[in-house]
Design a protein around this ligand. Structure first.
Ligand code: PMP
Length: 389
């Protein structure tokens, strides 16, 4: 049978890089590619207890249909943490769903939207289905360059999408002064800011910076997630938005999935209610900091002459660059083709760009590979790179 696939769905394609990276399912591959948290951090014991409590004390409510807005105690917990009222919090099925809902609510075909360059690939995918015109904003090692926010560039845009903390893919963090400039420029131009912040709690500097939401609660939609601090398999995230937008997002979500799993929301709330989060976050930060240290030390000893890289103050990724003569996709292919020696995976930077592509960049995750294998993987990557130089 021939299927008449919609033009919208026809625009979706599988990325060539995703195909290449399929081999990372083989455990013998040392993969710095995954954007996934370390399973060591999942609070399995607490979740078993939480699950038993839910089924003992509220089995019917937990297994029944529930309001689209989300489980009230969880919304209240989030609202308190961010200093907003609970009616501005919508629980979503991962923050990825919030990106999809925002695209549906804010983008018409041809709407102009502003994105960092490079930016999160999953956001580009969610937005692109609704046919916006993407305007990439110039970024440097600290994120969006305030000078690039000229009237000509931003005027008429529906929103700007930004990750001020430990951006995916680059690990960059936007300094406070730039946060203020960004918020002020968008406020003056009456443009909504979408602040995507799944990595904000993974701050190794000890000095968290104020959210854009706190700088202009009426002009910012803040997206949070429990994926990186509890477990991504629960699929629980949230959006904090001004009331007129919340209403539209709720209507859109209703059409999409009625509500996020009430059982999963209660699991998150029960685990949070034990008060474990602060101690848990300290453990995650200590683990990831050690892994970041291992990757930085390995890069310094094996790649100092052939690569440059940054040292992010949080999150899961660092951003590296190989010499102009080497294409990062070619390096990945070569790196996965080894017959003797470890095969090493990473994500080439190209697909993250909405504008001018730097084909010599790559994203390295330091959180899923244990330190001893990080060293082995980086050494192998250095020797593969040397073969291409
Ligand atoms: N935003 C960013 C920047 C991400 O990196 C991710 C996950 N990789 C998401 C959103 C989606 O996360 P989730 O749906 O698990 O909350």
């Amino acid at each position: 049978m021939q299927f008449d696939i919609s033009q919208r769905a026809q625009r979706l394609t599988s990325s060539a890089i995703r195909e290449i990276l399929k081999v990372t399912e083989d455990p013998s591959v040392i993969s710095f590619a995954g954007g996934i948290p370390s399973p060591q951090t999942f609070p399995v014991g607490l979740m078993k207890e939480a699950c038993a409590r839910i089924l003992d004390f509220a089995p019917h409510a937990a297994l029944q249909y529930a309001p689209t807005e989300g489980y009230t105690p969880l919304r209240e917990w989030i609202a308190e943490r961010h200093g907003v009222t609970a009616d501005r919090v919508l629980i979503t099925t991962g923050s990825q769903q919030a990106l999809d809902l925002l695209a549906k609510v804010l983008i018409d075909p041809g709407s102009r939207i502003l994105v960092e360059n490079p930016t999160y690939l999953g956001a580009l995918q969610a937005f692109s289905l609704f046919e916006p015109i993407l305007t990439p904003i110039e970024c440097d090692g600290e994120g969006i360059v305030p000078g690039a926010l000229t009237e000509e560039t931003i005027l008429g845009a529906r929103f700007v999408y930004t990750m001020p903390n430990f951006q995916n893919p680059t690990g960059r963090r936007l300094p406070v002064s730039r946060r203020r400039q960004l918020v002020a420029a968008m406020k003056a131009a009456n443009i909504v800011v979408i602040e995507d912040d799944p990595y904000g709690e993974l701050d190794y500097s000890g000095e968290p910076l104020p959210t854009l939401l706190s700088m202009n609660p009426d002009g910012v939609v803040y997206l949070g997630s429990f994926s990186k601090i509890i477990a991504p398999g629960l699929r629980v995230g949230y959006a904090i938005a001004p009331m007129p937008l919340i209403k539209k997002l709720v209507q859109t979500k209703q059409a999409s999935d009625l509500h996020t799993s009430g059982f999963a929301q209660r699991m998150v709330y029960e685990v949070l209610d034990t008060g474990f989060l602060d101690a848990h976050l300290s453990q995650i930060r200590a683990l990831y900091m050690a892994q970041r240290g291992a990757m930085l030390a390995s890069l310094a000893s094996h790649c100092a002459l052939s690569m440059s890289w940054n040292a992010p103050e949080g999150g899961m990724f660092l951003w590296a660059r190989v010499p102009d003569s080497v294409d990062a996709v070619r390096l990945l292919e070569k790196s996965l083709a080894h017959e003797n020696g470890s095969r090493v995976a990473f994500v080439p930077g190209a697909p993250f760009y909405a504008g001018k592509v730097d084909a010599h960049t790559l994203r390295l995750s330091f959180v899923t590979v244990p330190p001893a294998r990080i060293e082995e993987g980086v050494a192998q990557l250095a020797s593969t790179l040397a073969m291409l130089l």
